[in-house]
Design a protein around this ligand. Sequence first.
Ligand code: HEC
Length: 227
Amino acid sequence: MRYFFLTFASVLLAVVLVAGPQGRKSENRPFEIFPDMDHQPKVKAQAPSGFFADRVGPRAPVAGTVPIGLDMPEAKKPAHTPTAAEIRANATFTATTSYLDTGKMGDRWGDGMPTEVKVDREFLLRGKDRYEISCAVCHGSLGDGKGVTSKYGWNGIANYHDQRLVEMSDGEIYNTITNGKNTMLGYGANISVMDRWAIVAWVRVLQTARLGKVADLTPAEREKLPK
Ligand code: HEC
């Protein structure tokens, strides 16, 4: 019983000490176990700030600042360049089971460009442009799998010049872009259907460029080769 009273008294003392004797105000911050982000150096609206020489917290915008959402009247866009909104409005993403959308004919990979696609110079350059943005970091601009990431130790990035990938059907490459393959993630949500085919076409350009033989050239083109 004696120990009980002793313990009780010391617990009481501890509580009183921690809770603080009444009637005395402290200048100190209350003790916080989880301060979270309650106290941050920041400027409050209309409050002074010791950070700036004039001690004025809220600052006027820097001269020439353009507010977001303001169209500059003098900056006319050339008529032929589609806006990002127009590109997005015309872009479609896999929605049907057609060859165009999936790269599959029935339950097999199809080969060749879908009939909806017109392969011309512009289409190939679009593919190059998209390839450089989305694929070159890993696969390299030449498609040999030696992009920037390989310099940081990522091995095993596919080399398009491997025989297996040279022989791979267009539909399967298209599907790899859409859904990814093993350690490569898919880009189906980020790259539109037409852009995916344009990239497939550019992958073919890269492969053909390396497989090309002098005999494939016309006599006029052969003339231009360095001797
Ligand atoms: C973040 C790095 C990365 C990016 C970006 C990337 N890939 Fe890959 N890709 C890989 C890796 C790694 C593999 C090998 C996957 C495996 O089989 O382990 C691969 C494999 C492939 C293959 C071979 C698939 C097969 O069947 O073996 C193709 C084709 C391919 N990528 C095309 C592309 C195209 C086209 C793009 C751009 C849209 C792209 N990749 C973007 C990393 C990347």
